[in-house]
Design a binder for this molecule. Structure first.
Ligand SMILES: C[S@@+](CC[C@H](N)C(=O)[O-])C[C@H]1O[C@@H](n2cnc3c(N)ncnc32)[C@H](O)[C@@H]1O
Length: 396
């Protein structure tokens, strides 16, 4: 028999992970579906050594930032895809800015933000209908839905309100799927759409993977529908423009686009500087990038793990500009060391995880590089995620 425990909590600040922090009789409680400053009745969902997790199930004193979630499937025990449907969009971005500042302070070792305002900017289009890649899961009855938060259980939905309209128009939620399968729906910037099914046991795509065309920076890429591409339709434009304006590339400057995917940053830098080398591990992304950018003689691709490629090419001694766009785990010490050892004039770090970014900022600082400009974008509205772009330059 499960015993439910409800606690009355004064909700404290937001934390990285889509929840707020509260205390109950000295114990830390991570509360979802609440906002800072609220008083809530919260149901304990998980007991761990040193902390509890809980869901706010009744709001006793609401925050002025609270709104009615636009999606009826958001809330305790329901779809786990969104974290902040109950906060106004302005408030969501303030919460994300608080998370970024806290991570840069605690993990990054920064103390003075007077020259470095921490803001999370909106992208065009509003907080709904933006998601161009959606992953559904099929339940035991073959219906597609989404995982509940930290659960294998699947919540069937009528549609996903944050999905791009072209994805909402696909018949995924009306069809029957092999139980346990993952169904990925893609809406590319060209108007192409694709649906890819992955088997439950192997995670492998079933059948040939469709190709989609993506357009950005004056180029068109043809990629596997499952290959990496930014999820928000305005993300590539916003990120490439920011990176170019932060790096201020000049003719003849040598650049690296590390974790470069199919080379979107290289394509944006190519009119301004070069030679540019893209380093990327995924052979499909490299093949697609080579095809898409074949008219750019100043861009070349090196396939492989960034740390290994840099270690294996000590002759790549001089580099002026570096774009670092690692996965959620961050670049890590060996890559930061390999980059800073070449003393580039400027590094633009594109980060999807603020904790990994903050840790790497600290490693850069240990090697004489300071964070001298910072922008952040709400490229994942309604969720806890956002993108940060930081400029690191050699300290004077
Ligand atoms: C966040 S994505 C960025 C891709 C690209 N910059 C873009 O915006 O489209 C990270 C990329 O790093 C690649 N990657 C992950 N780990 C890697 C590694 N150790 N070495 C090289 N590439 C890696 C992934 O395949 C993915 O394409």
């Amino acid at each position: 028999m499960t015993v439910t425990t409800d606690l009355e909590l004064e909700v404290g600040p937001v934390a990285h992970g889509g929840f707020c922090v509260a205390r109950h009789e000295g114990q830390v409680v991570f509360v979802r579906h609440a906002l800072p400053g609220e008083r809530v009745r919260a149901r304990v969902t998980d007991r761990r050594k040193g902390f509890l997790r809980a869901d706010a199930v009744e709001i006793l004193l609401p925050s002025p930032d609270r709104v009615i979630p636009p999606c009826p499937f958001a809330g305790p025990g329901a779809c786990g895809g969104c974290d902040w449907q109950h906060a106004s969009w302005d408030a969501q971005r303030r919460l994300k800015a608080d998370v970024l500042r806290e991570q840069l302070t605690r993990l990054g070792g920064l103390t003075d933000f007077s020259e470095l305002p921490v803001l999370v900017e909106p992208l065009p289009g509003g907080p709904l209908s933006w998601r161009t890649r959606v992953q559904y899961a099929a339940g035991p009855d073959g219906r597609a839905g989404f995982h509940a938060h930290r659960s294998a259980g699947i919540v069937p939905v009528d549609r996903c309100r944050i999905a791009h309209p072209a994805i909402q128009a696909l018949p995924v939620l009306r069809e029957s799927w092999p139980p346990g399968a993952t169904i990925e729906a893609v809406a590319a910037s060209s108007g192409d759409t694709a649906v890819v099914t992955r088997a439950s046991r192997t995670g492998r795509a079933e059948g040939p993977v469709a190709q989609v065309r993506e357009r950005a920076a004056g180029h068109e890429w043809t990629l596997d529908a499952t290959a990496f591409w930014q999820v928000h339709p305005h993300a590539v434009d916003a990120f490439t423009t920011t990176v170019v304006s932060m790096l201020r590339p000049a003719a003849g400057e040598r650049a690296w686009d590390l974790y470069g995917g199919a080379g979107v940053f290289a394509a944006a830098l190519a009119p301004h500087c070069g030679p540019i080398t893209v380093v990327e591990a995924d052979p499909r992304a490299v093949a697609s990038g080579r095809r898409a950018l074949r008219d750019l003689p100043n861009v070349t691709f090196a396939r492989g793990d960034v740390a290994r490629v840099l270690a294996a090419n000590p002759r790549w001694r001089s580099v002026d500009l570096v774009v670092l766009d690692p996965p959620r785990s961050g670049a890590g010490r060996p890559v930061v060391a390999a980059v800073t050892a070449r003393r580039p004039r400027a590094v633009a770090y594109v980060a999807c995880d603020p904790a990994a970014f903050a840790r790497d900022v600290r490693t850069f600082a240990e090697r004489g590089y300071s964070l001298t400009a910072l922008r952040a974008f709400d490229s994942f509205p309604m969720t806890q995620h956002f993108e940060t772009i930081g400029l690191l330059t050699p300290a004077l």
